[in-house]
Design a protein around this ligand. Structure first.
Ligand code: XMP
Length: 512
């Protein structure tokens, strides 16, 4: 196995999934408890994550000295490189040239880390996100690759099996990064490939049974892939102890509520309670404009409705949710790690402090595409598994400003037309997520011979592998023109359409 020591990077879990993709079991532990984890796990190698701290500050986090004393193969990433350099006798300085986003790396020397991937003298795209940089190498190390702003972009002590990089090999914007991580876990640390999705399925089923015992579980279904996969998995584990509840908060897309009910009652035959709670949600959301207040309000109401339904079925002690890892990491700081809150995803950070049910979250360690793989492993149809993600708070976070039934109605129509055009163009499966946003801005237009003063609709489409980072989708202008014309012609209340060309980071996928 591999031990990943977390220094609080937003993308630490991506390291874990790359290691799993290489077929190797791994665990993430925050730096504070890494030594105990090391003693229990006895890993073949250690990966040090990135993090927001600076090793130049007093009391910044360090890797346990033990892992160096034990002479394990170590791979430091970003902050991991810096603390490694510092701990082994090198020097790090607060950077004057911050590097964010794409950078190009030049390979200087052969290294076991690059074997079969990068040749000396070649140039490669990598993803950087750092301020500090290493300025003096520890003894035994040499530079194996450089970038314009990071002369020590990749360093290695091949004898001691120490490797460190300033860039992030775990994100997809470093196209060869997964192979480098594969080289570390297989060739350098010598870990075996014996981890599979079917092993994970069995492990999760056993965990769910152990957690739940003879208790009753109520599962919130949203119609998305995550909650559906969670429901099917839990149903496989505990059968009729599970009841699914679909809360229609009035913030669904066109036809969505009906599709969900048909799918679960008709296709899977899993008991499903359909609650129409639009009045409740829209009533409480009236006049709310702050994004976090919206999310928290929706989270609170969800729980209220669930608790009521749990009572109605004779008392469920457990609430199941399809929470994914990105929801966890962006909502709360991970297992005591020092990452910051970006937004409160309703099924995590938006939960009230006091709740009468315990959570069952079997997908908490997984990323979207891993959930899709698990869905296929569970026999769900491809068309279903391939659906775009839809956030728990629904259209509420796609209407900046206050939410009204009228705006929801306008947005639903625009969104349906946009997705229809995307499907017709054969782009649905290439795009990670596409949706319309209704802006609280009116602009002047001219239609026929009349003046209009209506809403602006923004279109968003991104490509991503896991939702943690994303690129805006480069549509053909003719496509955008076609979609815009249809929306303006067919939807009353919209007279202007714009396209969002922001990637993540620095943007997020949703607007709120
Ligand atoms: P952001 O906007 O944070 O979104 O870049 C990343 C992914 O997460 C989805 N998302 C949510 N999913 N509950 C969810 O279940 C939420 O509260 C929530 N907020 C965002 C978003 O649609 C994207 O796929």
């Amino acid at each position: 196995s591999i031990l990943i020591i977390d220094f609080g990077s937003q993308v630490t879990q991506l390291i874990a999934r790359r290691v799993r993709e290489a077929g190797v079991y791994c665990e993430i532990h925050p730096f504070q408890s890494a030594e105990a984890a090391y003693r229990r796990l006895k890993p073949k190698g250690v990966i040090l994550s990135g993090g927001p701290a600076s090793v130049t500050e007093d009391f910044s986090p360090r890797a346990p000295q033990l892992i160096f004393d034990e002479k394990l193969p170590v791979f430091g990433i970003c902050y991991g490189e810096q603390t490694m350099a510092e701990q082994l006798g090198g020097k790090v300085e607060a950077g004057h040239h911050r590097e964010f986003g794409r950078a190009f790396l030049e390979v200087q020397k052969p290294s076991k880390l690059f074997e079969g991937v990068w040749e000396p003298g070649s140039r490669h795209q990598v993803w950087m996100s750092h301020g500090d940089r290493v300025t003096r190498l520890p003894e035994g190390f040499e530079v194996v690759a450089t970038s314009d702003n990071a002369p020590y972009a990749a360093i290695a002590d091949e004898k001691r099996n120490y490797y460190a990089v300033q860039f992030h090999p775990e994100v997809v914007h470093t196209p060869d990064g997964a192979k480098l991580i594969g080289n570390f876990v297989h060739n350098i640390a010598g870990a075996k490939s014996d981890w599979t999705m079917s092993a994970y399925r069995q492990e999760m089923i056993a965990k769910i049974r152990a957690q739940v015992g003879k208790g009753k579980v109520i599962c919130g279904l949203s119609g998305g892939v995550d909650s559906s996969v969670a429901a099917v998995l839990i149903h496989e584990a505990i059968g009729d102890q599970l009841t699914c509840v679909f809360v229609d908060h009035g913030l669904m897309r066109q036809n969505e509520a009906r599709e969900v009910v048909d799918l679960f009652r008709g296709h899977y035959n899993i008991p499903l309670v359909h609650v129409d709670a639009a009045d409740l949600f829209l009533g409480e959301l009236a006049g709310v404009t702050d994004p976090e207040t919206k999310r928290k309000t929706i989270g609170r109401l969800f729980i209220e409705v669930f608790e009521k339904e749990a009572k109605a079925i004779g008392g469920a002690e457990f609430l199941a949710q399809g929470t994914l890892y990105p929801d966890v990491i962006e909502s709360v700081s991970f297992t005591g790690g020092p990452s910051v809150t970006i937004k409160s995803h309703h099924n995590v950070g938006g939960l009230p402090e006091r709740m009468n049910m315990k959570l069952v979250e079997p997908l908490r360690e997984l990323f979207k595409d891993e959930v899709r793989a698990l869905g296929r492993e569970l026999g769900l149809p491809d068309s279903f598994v391939g659906r775009h993600p839809f956030p728990g708070p629904g259209l509420a976070i796609r209407i900046p400003g206050d939410i009204t039934r009228e705006k929801l109605d306008i947005l639903r129509q625009a969104d349906a037309i946009y997705l229809d055009e995307i499907r017709k163009a054969g782009l649905y499966d290439i795009i990670w997520q596409a949706f319309a946003v209704l802006l609280p801005v009116r602009t002047v237009g001219v239609m026929g011979d009349g003046r209009t003063y209506d809403h602006v609709c923004a279109l968003r489409a991104v490509t991503s592998v896991d939702g943690m980072t994303a690129d805006f989708y480069p549509f053909d202008m003719n496509f955008l023109g076609r979609a815009a014309t249809r929306i303006i012609n067919e939807v009353r209340g919209i007279n202007r359409v714009v396209y969002d060309v922001t990637s993540k980071p620095p943007g997020t996928i949703e607007w709120e």
